[in-house]
Design a protein around this ligand. Structure first.
Ligand SMILES: [Zn+2]
Length: 301
C-alpha cells in the first residue's frame, strides 16, 4: 500500500531546546523517502522515529544555516555505514557548495553509497519520477534559500455510471485506460481528471512571491513560523515568518493541512501559534508541529 506521510524529526529554529530538536522532516511518498533540512541530531531523531538510512532516496536542503544542514555530516556517514544499496540524490543551493563539501567530508569514513549531488540555482523542476515532480522556488532570507514543492501528475478517475452506459466492463476498463479510447468511446467520456496531490516545504523566508507559489493548492504545507505576530518586525528583519503570516499564505493558497514549525526558543506556549493562525482566518486542518509527530497527507477529495 502506498504511504504518504510526513514524519517530523525536529521543530526548533536556531537553537534546539529540551523539547525540540533542530529541524528535520521525512516525507514518505509511496515507496520513496525525502529528507528535508537535516539539522544537528537528525540521525538520532531518525532512530527515535523509526526511520532507517535505507528509507532515504533524496535529501533536500533549503539553505546552509546550521539548523537546516548540520545533520548532513551524520546522515551521510550513516547511509554509507549502512551501505544503502540504492542511489541517493542531494539537492541544495549551489551557492553553498563549499558548505555541502565540508559537511559531506567532515571526517574520515568509507564511502559505499552513490550520492549524487544535484545543486539548485534557479526556480523550476529539479527531478521527476512516476509519482511526483519536484520543483524549487527561490525564497527571501539573509543567505540564499530555496523552497521545495512536490506535485503528483494528474491522473484520471473512472466513472462507473458512464462506463456502464457505454457497456464497457471487465478487462475493457483497463484497455480504455491504457489506449485512451475503445470502440469509438474516448477515455474522457468515461472518466474525470483526478488532480495529483501537492506538498510543499517552505523555510526559511520572509514573505515573497516564492512562498505563495510553493503553497498554491497544497494538500499538505510545511511552513516556518519562527515568530508570533507581535514580533513581526523581528521576523522581517531576520527573514522569517510569523504564525499569522504563514496562516494567511495557507488560507489564500487553499491549503488543506497546514503544519507550522521552526519555532524560536523564546516562546514557551505552542498553542499561541495555533490561536494566531486561526485568528488569521485559516480554517483547514492545522498542526503545530512537535518532534516525532506523524502527519498523513490528507486523503484525496
Ligand atoms: Zn532556520
Amino acid at each position: 500500500m502506498s504511504v504518504r506521510e510526513l514524519v517530523v524529526l525536529g521543530t526548533a529554529s536556531q537553537v534546539p531546546t529540551r523539547h525540540r530538536n533542530h529541524n528535520g522532516y521525512l516525507l514518505r511518498w509511496d515507496g520513496e523517502g525525502i529528507l528535508f533540512d537535516p539539522g544537528e541530531g537528525t540521525q538520532r531523531q531518525m532512530l527515535r522515529a523509526g526511520v532507517a538510512a535505507h528509507d532515504l532516496n533524496r535529501i533536500c536542503v533549503t539553505h546552509f544555516h546550521g539548523d537546516h544542514s548540520l545533520g548532513l555530516a551524520g546522515v551521510i556517514q550513516r547511509i554509507n555505514l549502512d551501505r544503502v544499496p540504492h542511489e541517493i540524490t542531494a539537492h541544495y543551493p549551489r551557492s553553498g557548495q563549499r558548505f555541502f563539501d565540508r559537511l559531506r567530508y567532515a571526517t574520515a569514513y568509507r564511502e559505499t553509497v552513490a550520492l549524487t549531488e544535484a545543486p539548485v540555482d534557479a526556480d523550476g523542476p529539479v527531478a521527476a519520477t512516476a509519482a511526483y515532480r519536484l520543483e524549487t522556488r527561490r525564497l527571501s532570507h539573509p543567505v540564499e534559500s530555496f523552497g521545495y514543492r512536490l506535485v503528483e501528475p494528474d491522473g484520471r478517475r473512472m466513472l462507473p455510471g458512464r462506463l456502464a452506459a457505454h457497456g464497457i466492463k471487465g478487462p475493457d476498463v483497463g484497455r480504455i485506460q491504457r489506449e485512451g479510447g475503445l470502440g469509438g468511446v474516448s477515455l474522457e467520456e468515461v472518466s474525470e481528471v483526478r488532480r495529483g496531490q501537492r506538498f510543499a516545504f517552505v523555510m526559511d523566508t520572509r514573505l515573497c512571491d516564492g512562498v505563495h507559489a510553493l503553497a498554491e493548492g497544497c494538500d499538505l504545507l510545511v511552513i516556518e513560523s519562527t515568530f508570533l505576530d507581535e514580533d513581526e518586525a523581528l521576523a522581517v528583519e531576520h527573514g522569517h515568518l510569523t504564525a499569522g503570516q504563514a496562516a494567511r499564505v495557507a488560507r489564500d493558497a487553499g491549503v488543506r493541512h497546514l503544519v507550522l514549525t521552526h519555532f524560536s526558543q523564546r516562546y514557551s506556549d505552542p498553542e499561541e501559534f495555533e490561536r494566531q493562525a486561526r485568528a488569521a482566518g485559516f480554517e483547514g486542518e492545522l498542526t503545530v508541529a512537535h518532534d516525532l509527530a506523524r502527519i498523513p497527507v490528507p486523503k484525496r477529495r
